[in-house]
Design a protein around this ligand. Structure first.
Ligand SMILES: Nc1nc2c(ncn2[C@@H]2O[C@@H]3COP(=O)(O)O[C@H]4[C@@H](O)[C@H](n5cnc6c(=O)[nH]c(N)nc65)O[C@@H]4COP(=O)(O)O[C@H]3[C@H]2O)c(=O)[nH]1
Length: 642
């Protein structure tokens, strides 16, 4: 009854001088209005005669009855609240525990019993702290003991330990239960299991760390890669600028590493690179950086060097290591290295300059006979170094599949219809972009890489035609350029046959083109090789005809199908009488030899008309289209126009 409001002093209700009946009436009214204090006060003003006393007692009895009724109602409400709480407590999917002032578990709902593997009455009188992993126990106890009265708190991601010794992680919500009894503070704890979320976050972090590692390290040797090296060099530059320090950049390239790879296989080459990485790593200080840029190229940044002499000592130590044989897979190898060095700030103050100069110095060391080192000097030729670098990249390009094909349409000059395509190779260089074959084909020939490149082009082209066939897109003929160097290989016909077989390309639709000038220099050999190829069922064309002063006797003996008029004569047609005469003569010669003729480099309508009038009915050139990507060829020539 303590919640009853205190009686308000009211001058009209003081009852002084009123008759007893009036007072009782007012007391009853107060009682009906549940103002028990007021009723009591009114009655206390009355004379305590026996009749009045009885009446008063009745009134008190009525008051008691009302109060009992109220008590029963509030007990009912309490029971209802208790039932509701018990039902929540038992059915909530969140683990809830009630903890007594000593830290003992008093109650645990079924979710908590499941989470902590507490069975039956097991948890009673079990210290809650023992369910927290030792690593986090102190933190939880600290927070808990600092909890202000009637307040609550959350401790995120606490490591718990279940009774069966399984660890899990959960957010711990602690709230003090308001209590009438001041001494007995109890707490309710809710634990929201975060194990899966934390594990997922952990996995995510590990994956992103792994990705970050992979993005910055070379998978083979574990050394920092090009990206990481660039970051480190930038940082090193900033430090050197700020503290006015010198540093050295060294480019190291193994000599004739390709031979190891080619003769002993990639796995031996890889193992050797790993050994080299170990040997080099052992020579640097912790402040220095060593990275592998790819292939057999390594780079070292020697930070904060007192003088260039310091670099020379380092190089001496490295060279000494390379004087000893490398032990790889139970075998011994002697490998040499060429090193180029640029110094900050004397050889450059910017990133690109330092890298370029170290690169030039490295090629200078190679040019000077390999197995040595060279400091950059301003007199060193950048052109020669760039060429050497490109040669180096060309070897890698073959391994990395950086070559793609463009296709130039060949058309019937009478109808303008597609009669075939010429495959023209492009090199997609990672730094320099799309490179022309006029740049890299001669280089590939010189370096002995043309066989591999030629076969790659042939396979790509054949596959493309077969794929187009499968898609219902018909390209009647594929022309592919062959280098004379390739013809020299006795295995060439066998390799071409294997490609035709592998791709399913019809040999009759493949035309191989060989440049006239080069062919005639090796005519005897060529006759033999071209015959072997004709036997495969392919057709043969002589490219750039008119530029090579062919001997008629050889020309008659070559098993050819087509002459291609070089574009240098087509260019001047109808403008230059000499070109007109040459083109006319070539067409006549072809006819006399029973060969087809196709004109290259047609750029103007008049040129096409002239050629057609003279009896050349096949041509290609910008008038019809430029060399196109496969997708462009499909759109421009193969898909039916709407
Ligand atoms: N000015 C002018 N030029 C035209 C016109 N139409 C075509 N061209 C260009 O002339 C060249 C024709 O190829 P090519 O005589 O076989 O001359 C080729 C060929 O000898 C060689 N080549 C290209 N791909 C390969 C290949 O896969 N293997 C070999 N061995 N040589 C290739 O590189 C040469 C150059 O190829 P590209 O740079 O693609 O240059 C192509 C083409 O883009 C025109 O109307 N006007």
């Amino acid at each position: 009854m303590s919640s009853r409001p205190p009686p308000r002093p009211d001058p009209t209700e003081d009852g002084l001088g009123e008759p007893a009946d009036g007072l009782r009436e007012r007391a009853l009214a107060a009682l009906r209005a549940r103002r028990f204090d007021l009723a009591e006060e009114i009655l206390s003003h009355e004379d305590p005669g026996p009749a009045a006393l009885i009446e008063n007692l009745r009134i008190y009895q009525a008051e008691l009855e009302i109060q009992n009724e109220e008590l029963a109602q509030s007990q009912h409400r309490i029971q209802e609240a208790l039932d509701r709480f018990t039902s929540f407590f038992n059915t909530l999917p969140i683990a809830e525990l009630v903890i007594d002032p000593q830290g003992l578990i008093q109650e645990a709902n079924p979710a908590a019993q499941r989470l902590f593997h507490l069975r039956g009455a097991h948890f009673h009188q079990h210290f809650f702290a023992r369910l927290i992993a030792e690593s986090d126990r102190e933190t939880v106890i600290d927070v808990w003991s600092g909890l202000a009265e009637n307040s609550s708190t959350v401790i995120p991601e606490v490591r718990f330990r279940s009774r069966s010794d399984e660890d899990f992680i959960g957010d711990l919500h602690i709230a003090q239960i308001p209590s009438l009894d001041q001494g007995a503070r109890r707490y309710v704890c809710a634990i929201i299991d975060r194990t899966e979320a934390v594990r997922q976050r952990q996995r995510l972090r590990e994956t992103s760390e792994r990705l970050d590692y992979l993005a910055h390290h070379d998978a083979l040797t574990g050394l920092p890669n090009r990206t990481y090296f660039q970051e480190r060099l930038e940082q090193c530059l900033q430090r050197a600028r700020r503290y006015r320090r010198q540093f050295a950049l060294l480019f190291l390239d193994l000599d004739r590493f390709k031979e190891v790879n080619d003769t002993l296989g990639h796995h031996v080459g890889d193992a050797l690179l790993c050994r080299v990485a170990e040997v080099l790593s052992a020579q640097i200080r912790t402040v220095d950086t060593i990275a592998r840029l790819g292939g057999d190229e390594f780079v070292v940044i020697l930070e904060d060097i007192p003088a260039p002499r310091f670099v020379a000592h380092f190089v001496d130590r490295v060279m000494e290591e390379f004087d000893r044989p490398f032990q790889v897979e139970g075998r011994e190898f002697f490998v040499t290295v060429s090193i180029g060095i640029s110094l900050y700030p004397s050889d450059g103050r910017e990133f690109e300059t330092l890298v370029r100069h170290a690169d030039i110095a490295m090629y200078q060391a190679k040019k000077a006979g390999r197995n040595g080192f060279s400091f950059f000097e301003p007199t060193m030729s950048e052109g020669a170094a760039e060429r050497l670098r490109l040669e180096h990249d060309l070897r890698l390009a073959l391994q990395r599949d950086e070559f793609i094909l463009y296709y130039q349409p060949q058309v019937d000059l009478t109808t303008g219809e597609l009669i075939g395509v010429e495959a023209l190779c492009r090199w997609r260089h990672p730094q320099l972009g799309l490179l022309s074959p006029t740049l890299f084909i001669p280089m590939a020939e010189q370096l002995g890489l043309i066989d591999t490149l030629g076969l790659k082009v042939l396979e790509l082209g054949c596959r493309q035609i077969v794929d187009w066939d499968a898609a219902g897109l018909h390209v009647p003929r594929l022309a592919v350029n062959l280098s004379v160097r390739e013809l020299e290989r006795s295995q060439l016909p066998g390799r071409i046959a294997a490609i035709l077989e592998r791709t399913g390309m019809d040999p009759a639709r493949l035309e191989l083109e060989v440049t006239e000038s080069k062919l005639m220099r090796h005519a005897e050999m060529a006759i033999h090789a071209l015959n072997a190829m004709r036997a495969l069922g392919v057709t043969l064309a002589i490219d750039d005809f008119g530029t090579g002063y062919s001997s008629l006797s050889y020309l008659k003996r070559l098993p050819l199908n087509r002459l291609k008029i070089d574009r240098s004569f087509v260019k001047g047609l109808t403008q230059d009488v000499n070109d007109d005469a040459i083109a006319r003569a070539i067409i006549a010669l072809a006819r006399a030899l029973g060969l087809e003729v196709l004109a290259e480099g047609i750029e103007a309508r008049e040129q096409a008309d002239f050629l057609f009038r003279e009896g050349c009915i096949e041509g290609q050139g910008y008038l019809y289209d430029r060399p196109l990507t496969p997708e462009e060829l499909v759109v421009n020539w193969l898909e039916p126009s709407e």
